[in-house]
Design a binder for this molecule. Structure first.
Ligand SMILES: NC(=O)c1ccc[n+]([C@@H]2O[C@H](COP(=O)([O-])OP(=O)(O)OC[C@H]3O[C@@H](n4cnc5c(N)ncnc54)[C@H](OP(=O)(O)O)[C@@H]3O)[C@@H](O)[C@H]2O)c1
Length: 351
């Protein structure tokens, strides 16, 4: 079948406006690019934050969406890694031109930042991974000012690190990936916080200790010190609300690093008495210039990491209605109604 010239896309029509499905042209891949027919697209908290707070996007109407998996529809010049019909997963990007975002049926992707989807994973499972994987990986391995551990997919990185790590919010999509990477890097114990109903699931990903996310900060510290034998050098806060950040900072040993996924909200008083403890924010966008090289290496190994079960797929929940279902899904994310699962839609099912 020839590639269609028009596709359906979900537009955020104006700053803090409403979402609506409309048509837009299907772009053509340039040199080094592939055009992917999106079979599954993942929802992220940032999507409702953009709509609610009017942040990050200046040009409207805008197509949002960062996570997807699908089938290569066309390849641009010089692309040798993929051919038409290959199944892939990839991380998209919001841009003014809208061609690289994933809340649409077709997306342009740099070929070296996509990976073949193993047969053992569904498109939905593939679409659950990219942004969370980059966010966890950049924080641990590639963020200036962060711990800059050697990634487990590079020589000598696998199992290199012994010693404890804490992941706050282990059942979040980002937290789940941080736990899995920590396991590949060799950290132990891997202590995490979540609702205790998610304990078995998180142990399956590599958590050695799951603590109740509702523990007060002092009780959390006491538990962590008991398990780890003292305060720890690395805490990854996958939630990064003011209360989790402050509790997380208190878990650090002198010289330790707190990795955040949102802007720092650690109390000034604590920072004055930091004793060498530092805070670093992470940005999980793989197409940013500072992450591209890192991303190429990761994406060249991602298929084999998934095939070997080194990285395990997450639980997914399919929101019905194709692109038209996204607003409902984002409402669930906004209202904290999603636990230990990634919401995805199927763009090709859009009415
Ligand atoms: N910096 C970046 O580049 C970047 C990239 C991606 C995401 N983010 C941000 O990272 C955060 C997480 O995103 P996500 O997609 O992973 O979220 P998510 O999966 O939708 O988050 C839901 C999960 O968070 C857990 N949770 C909520 N409050 C918690 C708390 N106080 N303590 C422990 N766990 C808590 C819930 O755990 P239970 O159900 O077990 O209670 C639930 O499983 C968001 O704020 C997002 O905007 C930043």
């Amino acid at each position: 079948m020839p590639t269609p010239t028009q596709q359906k896309a979900l537009f955020l029509q104006a700053k803090q406006g409403e979402f609506a499905v409309a048509s837009r042209p299907v772009p053509k891949p340039g040199p080094g690019e592939i055009l992917v027919r999106n079979e599954a697209s993942g929802l992220n908290p940032v999507d409702w934050k953009i709509q609610t707070y009017g942040i990050f996007v200046e040009k409207y109407p805008a197509v949002l969406g960062i996570d997807a998996a699908g089938i290569v529809e066309a390849v641009g010049q010089d692309v040798t890694r993929f051919k038409t019909g290959d199944k892939v997963l990839y991380e998209g990007l919001r841009t003014d031109g809208n061609d690289r975002a994933t809340f649409q049926q077709y997306t342009l992707v740099p070929a070296d930042l996509a990976a073949k989807l193993p047969d053992s994973l569904t498109f939905e499972q593939g679409a659950a991974l990219p942004l969370a994987l980059t966010t966890a990986a950049v924080g641990l391995y590639n963020q200036d000012g962060g711990p800059l551990f050697t990634p487990p997919w590079l020589e000598g990185g696998r199992g290199k690190y012994a010693g404890p790590i804490v992941v706050i919010g282990g059942s979040s999509v980002v937290g789940t990936l941080a736990i899995q990477l920590a396991r590949l890097s060799g950290f132990s114990p891997i202590i995490t916080t979540a609702s205790l109903k998610n304990t078995t699931l998180l142990q399956g990903f590599g958590a050695t200790h799951v603590l109740d996310r509702n523990l007060p900060a002092a009780a959390l510290r006491e538990e962590v010190v008991k398990i780890a034998g003292g305060p720890v050098s690395t805490v990854y806060d996958a939630i990064s609300l003011p209360e989790t950040q402050n509790a997380a900072f208190d878990l650090l040993a002198p010289g330790g690093k707190l990795i955040l996924v949102l802007a720092s909200a650690v109390d000034e008083e604590k920072k004055k008495n930091a004793n060498g403890r530092s805070i670093v924010g992470t940005l999980g966008l793989i197409q940013l210039p500072q992450n591209v090289e890192f991303g190429r290496a990761l994406y060249s190994k991602l298929t084999s990491l998934l095939e070997a079960g080194d990285l395990k797929p997450l639980r997914v929940e399919v929101v019905p209605g194709g692109l038209g279902g996204i607003a409902t899904g984002l409402e669930k994310l906004k209202n904290d109604q999603v636990s230990a699962a990634k919401l995805v839609v199927r763009p090709q099912e859009t009415a």
